[in-house]
Design a binder for this molecule. Structure first.
Ligand SMILES: [Zn+2]
Length: 140
Protein backbone atom coordinates (compact mmCIF):
# COMPACT_ATOMS: atom_id res chain seq x y z
CA UNK A 1 0.00 0.00 0.00
CA UNK A 2 1.28 3.38 -0.95
CA UNK A 3 0.08 6.80 -1.93
CA UNK A 4 1.82 6.24 -5.27
CA UNK A 5 0.68 3.61 -7.75
CA UNK A 6 3.04 0.65 -7.85
CA UNK A 7 3.96 1.35 -11.48
CA UNK A 8 4.68 4.62 -13.32
CA UNK A 9 3.26 5.33 -16.78
CA UNK A 10 4.74 2.82 -19.22
CA UNK A 11 5.08 5.50 -21.92
CA UNK A 12 6.22 8.70 -20.18
CA UNK A 13 7.39 7.37 -16.81
CA UNK A 14 5.22 9.77 -14.81
CA UNK A 15 4.51 8.62 -11.25
CA UNK A 16 0.78 8.52 -10.56
CA UNK A 17 -1.00 8.66 -7.23
CA UNK A 18 -3.36 5.89 -6.21
CA UNK A 19 -7.06 6.75 -6.17
CA UNK A 20 -7.23 5.24 -2.68
CA UNK A 21 -4.28 4.62 -0.36
CA UNK A 22 -5.41 1.04 0.38
CA UNK A 23 -4.65 0.08 -3.23
CA UNK A 24 -1.32 -1.20 -4.50
CA UNK A 25 -1.85 -0.08 -8.07
CA UNK A 26 -5.00 1.97 -8.71
CA UNK A 27 -3.62 4.99 -10.57
CA UNK A 28 -5.51 8.24 -10.59
CA UNK A 29 -5.71 9.65 -14.13
CA UNK A 30 -4.33 6.42 -15.52
CA UNK A 31 -5.31 2.87 -16.43
CA UNK A 32 -3.85 -0.45 -15.40
CA UNK A 33 -3.56 -3.03 -18.19
CA UNK A 34 -3.13 -6.74 -17.54
CA UNK A 35 -2.47 -9.76 -19.73
CA UNK A 36 -1.47 -13.37 -19.29
CA UNK A 37 0.23 -13.02 -22.60
CA UNK A 38 -0.48 -13.43 -26.22
CA UNK A 39 0.22 -16.18 -28.70
CA UNK A 40 2.83 -14.74 -30.98
CA UNK A 41 4.69 -12.75 -28.34
CA UNK A 42 8.30 -13.65 -27.77
CA UNK A 43 8.29 -11.47 -24.64
CA UNK A 44 5.38 -12.71 -22.48
CA UNK A 45 3.04 -15.65 -22.86
CA UNK A 46 2.30 -17.12 -19.43
CA UNK A 47 0.61 -20.47 -18.98
CA UNK A 48 0.83 -20.50 -15.18
CA UNK A 49 -1.52 -17.69 -14.16
CA UNK A 50 1.08 -14.95 -13.95
CA UNK A 51 0.10 -11.64 -15.51
CA UNK A 52 2.14 -8.87 -17.05
CA UNK A 53 0.94 -5.50 -15.70
CA UNK A 54 1.50 -1.95 -16.89
CA UNK A 55 0.02 1.48 -16.30
CA UNK A 56 -0.50 4.18 -18.90
CA UNK A 57 -1.51 7.69 -17.88
CA UNK A 58 -4.63 9.29 -19.42
CA UNK A 59 -2.52 12.00 -21.05
CA UNK A 60 -0.48 9.43 -22.99
CA UNK A 61 -3.65 7.55 -24.02
CA UNK A 62 -5.23 10.79 -25.28
CA UNK A 63 -2.10 11.73 -27.21
CA UNK A 64 -2.15 8.44 -29.12
CA UNK A 65 -5.83 7.64 -29.70
CA UNK A 66 -4.92 6.78 -33.28
CA UNK A 67 -3.00 3.78 -31.90
CA UNK A 68 -5.93 2.48 -29.85
CA UNK A 69 -8.65 -0.01 -30.64
CA UNK A 70 -11.70 -1.10 -28.71
CA UNK A 71 -13.97 -4.12 -28.74
CA UNK A 72 -17.41 -4.52 -27.22
CA UNK A 73 -17.34 -7.85 -25.36
CA UNK A 74 -20.70 -7.82 -23.55
CA UNK A 75 -23.89 -5.83 -23.22
CA UNK A 76 -25.16 -4.79 -19.80
CA UNK A 77 -28.59 -6.20 -18.97
CA UNK A 78 -31.10 -3.46 -18.11
CA UNK A 79 -34.44 -3.99 -16.42
CA UNK A 80 -36.84 -1.37 -15.12
CA UNK A 81 -34.26 1.30 -15.91
CA UNK A 82 -31.53 -0.30 -13.81
CA UNK A 83 -28.39 -2.27 -14.57
CA UNK A 84 -26.42 -4.80 -12.54
CA UNK A 85 -28.37 -7.95 -13.40
CA UNK A 86 -25.83 -9.54 -15.67
CA UNK A 87 -24.26 -9.38 -19.09
CA UNK A 88 -24.85 -10.78 -22.52
CA UNK A 89 -21.61 -11.82 -24.21
CA UNK A 90 -21.38 -10.65 -27.81
CA UNK A 91 -18.94 -11.12 -30.66
CA UNK A 92 -18.22 -7.70 -32.08
CA UNK A 93 -15.17 -6.82 -34.17
CA UNK A 94 -12.16 -4.97 -32.89
CA UNK A 95 -12.51 -1.40 -34.21
CA UNK A 96 -10.53 1.82 -34.08
CA UNK A 97 -10.96 3.82 -30.88
CA UNK A 98 -14.20 5.80 -30.85
CA UNK A 99 -14.37 6.88 -27.22
CA UNK A 100 -16.83 4.28 -25.90
CA UNK A 101 -19.62 5.29 -28.28
CA UNK A 102 -21.37 1.90 -28.24
CA UNK A 103 -24.04 2.24 -25.56
CA UNK A 104 -26.08 -0.78 -26.67
CA UNK A 105 -27.58 -2.92 -23.95
CA UNK A 106 -30.03 -5.77 -23.51
CA UNK A 107 -33.36 -4.63 -22.09
CA UNK A 108 -35.42 -7.36 -20.44
CA UNK A 109 -38.71 -7.71 -18.59
CA UNK A 110 -38.74 -8.56 -14.88
CA UNK A 111 -40.30 -11.98 -15.61
CA UNK A 112 -37.34 -12.83 -17.84
CA UNK A 113 -34.62 -12.11 -15.27
CA UNK A 114 -32.60 -15.27 -14.63
CA UNK A 115 -34.16 -17.18 -17.53
CA UNK A 116 -33.00 -18.10 -21.02
CA UNK A 117 -35.89 -16.15 -22.62
CA UNK A 118 -33.97 -12.92 -23.42
CA UNK A 119 -31.44 -14.78 -25.59
CA UNK A 120 -28.20 -16.71 -25.63
CA UNK A 121 -24.89 -16.07 -23.86
CA UNK A 122 -26.34 -14.32 -20.84
CA UNK A 123 -24.39 -14.47 -17.60
CA UNK A 124 -26.69 -13.52 -14.72
CA UNK A 125 -25.30 -12.25 -11.43
CA UNK A 126 -25.19 -14.89 -8.69
CA UNK A 127 -28.12 -13.43 -6.72
CA UNK A 128 -30.40 -12.84 -9.74
CA UNK A 129 -33.28 -14.66 -8.01
CA UNK A 130 -33.18 -12.26 -5.07
CA UNK A 131 -32.90 -9.23 -7.36
CA UNK A 132 -35.84 -10.43 -9.43
CA UNK A 133 -37.92 -10.95 -6.30
CA UNK A 134 -37.01 -7.47 -5.01
CA UNK A 135 -38.13 -5.93 -8.32
CA UNK A 136 -41.36 -7.94 -8.32
CA UNK A 137 -42.07 -6.76 -4.77
CA UNK A 138 -41.24 -3.17 -5.75
CA UNK A 139 -43.46 -2.95 -8.84
CA UNK A 140 -46.21 -5.09 -7.37
ZN1 LIG B 1 2.17 8.84 -19.58
Amino acid sequence: MSQEAYLPCFKCGRVMLNVCVEADNQPSEGTEFRTEGHYGSTFWDSFDGEELVLNICDKCLREHCDRLGQQKRWLPVRCEGMQGFGRQWVERPLVAYTGNADKSELVVEVDDLGTSVPGPWIEWVADIGERRQALEDQIG
